[in-house]
Design a protein around this ligand. Structure first.
Ligand code: FAD
Length: 549
């Protein structure tokens, strides 16, 4: 399942001369899902992404596959049911990317939601998952909580509920979905921006594209076009039609990251803050705390964390974990994203619905926006079904069968993943790599891990972690169309967010590996390193300069 620079070249060539059944604009999770669904039905599909895949909202989420416990309060039962049923499917479709995670909701005296109501919500949550959650919810009394969660604020704590949802690697979920779409025959190209649209007799004929890497401009012809550009929906709509009426109410969300040593959480904790909730989410290497929810009407590409966001999240941490003494100096990293919410006229950002909307303009362009990561497969299925309703009946029959419930990566199923995990100590003996390194490769790549390991022989003079990120870089360029060093650091690995040095200890070696592959000159290599460092500085500057007074 290759997705390399050669695949990109081939895709761009085909895009200049063929007519596709469907052109998908945007390579976040929504576009990737639509491309996979449509190509799995046998449609000829082309997907173009303006920057790196998943560089928009789809690498900036809370990284949860969840029903959304808080939507129960808004009585959005349909949304929660759909999300919980998709969660169940994703456990088997992508066992290397979606993992069960236990959550605690602590209950405090005088809290916004009384314990009885929370208990009712917990039963409802289990029922809406058809009692298929990894474990059912449980109540813990004050004594059990003091023992199990010693860092929690003890004053006013009366009890708490535990329940299960899941965490994931959001960016990698996009890459694996695109690899699968490619395996079904879709042509995909990143760094290819749609700049306009050509109509004939009121019908869309093609979209105008620009290859950002070379400057090449071309027309990409299609029978139908899907716009899945998330928070850019109104920008693209405005580019196509001068009379476009905005549909979105974009909202900014920020997360901070901490090392697990400094903030030792064993389960995720749900914290209440000003009528919304903030999660503290432990995952392998770090704890992620977020998110904020504030209206955002600037260019989504420019979204960054500011000092107000940092202060808001640190205040919530202090309120719930006063004894942890977390300060801004403990922050490893941060990231900000823009939710592409549909404007439903709600009073506040956090009350705006997370439902998605799909609508088709008479010219043959279908828009899909809003929704959640968790439901991307379902959204994609509904989008393609709507697209097909505009096709002749024989095509509707021909393309009726979608295959999106198959594993995203046939080399990574429950069985191959377990096998890789149990083989990893043996790999470690054979290769003289530490078991932590081989275990991490097994977890990330399941049945593909051995192939990843074999791409670069390990010699004992090398630092094993350095070697690890070099083989990951080789995998990224061959199988995820990774074109730039910053794209590797930000969206193929957790390096920027999980390490105090943001992975800079490995930068020369990784740049050398990528440079060898692409034939970069010494000056190009330096440019790539500078671009990475500038991006780290731009995105993380609020935490570098946070003023605690
Ligand atoms: P995007 O990921 O933004 O993709 C759109 C793409 O279109 C971008 O890559 C962009 O470069 C591209 N594009 C734009 N213009 C053009 C053009 N002219 N030509 C070509 N390409 C173009 N959901 C969950 O289920 N769980 C969570 O835990 C969760 N947490 C969240 C936390 C935050 C802070 C935020 C902001 C969202 C969260 N969500 C979560 C929601 C989820 O992340 C989004 O719904 C989802 O990522 C949206 O994906 P998308 O593909 O629609 O948009």
């Amino acid at each position: 399942m290759s997705l390399s620079v050669e695949d990109r070249q081939q895709a761009l060539q085909r895009m200049q001369c063929e007519i596709f059944d469907l052109v998908v604009i945007g390579g976040g999770i929504t576009g990737a899902g639509v491309a996979r669904d449509a190509s799995s039905r046998g449609m000829r599909v082309a997907l173009v992404e303006a920057a790196d895949f998943a560089s928009g909202t789809s690498s900036r989420s809370s990284k949860l596959i969840h029903g959304g416990i808080r939507y129960l309060e808004n009585l959005e039962f349909g949304l929660v049911f759909e999300a919980l049923s998709e969660r169940q499917k994703l456990f088997t479709m992508a066992p290397h990317l979606v993992h069960p995670l236990k959550f605690l909701i602590p209950i405090y005296r005088g809290g916004r939601v009384p314990a009885w109501k929370m208990g009712l919500g917990m039963w409802l949550y289990d029922a809406l998952s058809l009692f298929e959650a990894p474990e059912m919810h449980a109540f813990l009394d004050q004594k059990e909580l003091f023992h199990e969660y010693p860092l929690l604020q003890k004053r006013g704590l009366t009890g708490g509920f535990t329940y299960y949802d899941a965490y994931m690697d959001d960016d990698r979920l996009v890459h694996e979905t695109l690899r699968s779409a490619r395996a079904f025959g879709a042509e995909v190209a990143n760094y290819t921006r749609v700049t306009g649209c050509c109509f004939e007799n009121g019908k869309v004929q093609s979209v105008e594209c620009k290859d950002i890497e070379t400057g090449l401009q071309f027309n990409l012809r299609a029978r139908h076009v899907v716009s899945s550009v998330g928070p850019w929906t109104d920008v693209l709509g405005g580019q196509f039609w001068s009379h476009w009426k905005p549909r979105l109410r974009p909202s900014k969300g920020v997360h901070l990251t901490f090392s697990r040593e400094r903030f030792p959480l064993k389960d995720a904790v749900v914290m209440g803050a000003e009528n919304r909730i903030v999660f503290a989410i432990p995952r392998h290497e770090m704890v992620i705390v977020g998110t904020t929810d504030t209206d955002f009407d600037e260019d989504p590409a420019e979204v960054v964390t500011n000092q107000g966001d940092v202060k808001y999240l640190l205040d919530v941490i202090h309120q719930y974990f006063p004894g942890a003494w977390i300060t801004s100096k403990d922050i490893l990293g941060c990231y900000a994203g823009v939710r592409p919410l549909i404007d439903d006229g709600a009073q506040t950002e956090s009350k705006t619905s997370r439902e998605h909307e799909i609508w088709t303009e008479t010219c043959g362009i279908t828009f899909v926006a809003g929704g959640k990561y968790t439901t991307y497969r379902k959204m994609a299925e509904q989008t393609v079904a709507q697209v097909l309703s505009f096709f002749p009946i024989e095509d509707q029959v021909r393309f009726a069968h979608s295959q999106t419930l198959a594993p995203l990566n046939p080399l990574v199923t429950d069985v191959t993943l377990e096998r890789a995990r149990s083989d990893s100590p043996y790999w470690s003996q054979m290769s003289q790599l530490p078991t932590e390194v081989t275990a991490l490769l097994a977890d990330r790549h399941g049945g593909e891990a051995l192939a990843v390991m074999r791409s670069l022989p390990f010699s004992q003079e090398r630092d094993p972690w350095m070697w690890l990120w070099c083989v990951e870089a080789i995998h990224a360029v061959k199988h995820t169309m990774c074109l730039h060093l910053a794209d590797f650091y930000f969206r193929r690995t957790p390096l920027v967010l999980s390490r105090a040095d943001h992975g800079m200890a490995f930068v020369e070696s990784v740049a050398a590996v990528m440079g060898n592959f692409f034939g970069w000159s010494e000056s190009r290599r330096r440019e790539e390193i500078n671009a990475l460092q500038n991006q780290v500085h731009r995105e993380l500057s609020a935490t570098f300069s946070f003023d605690q007074t």
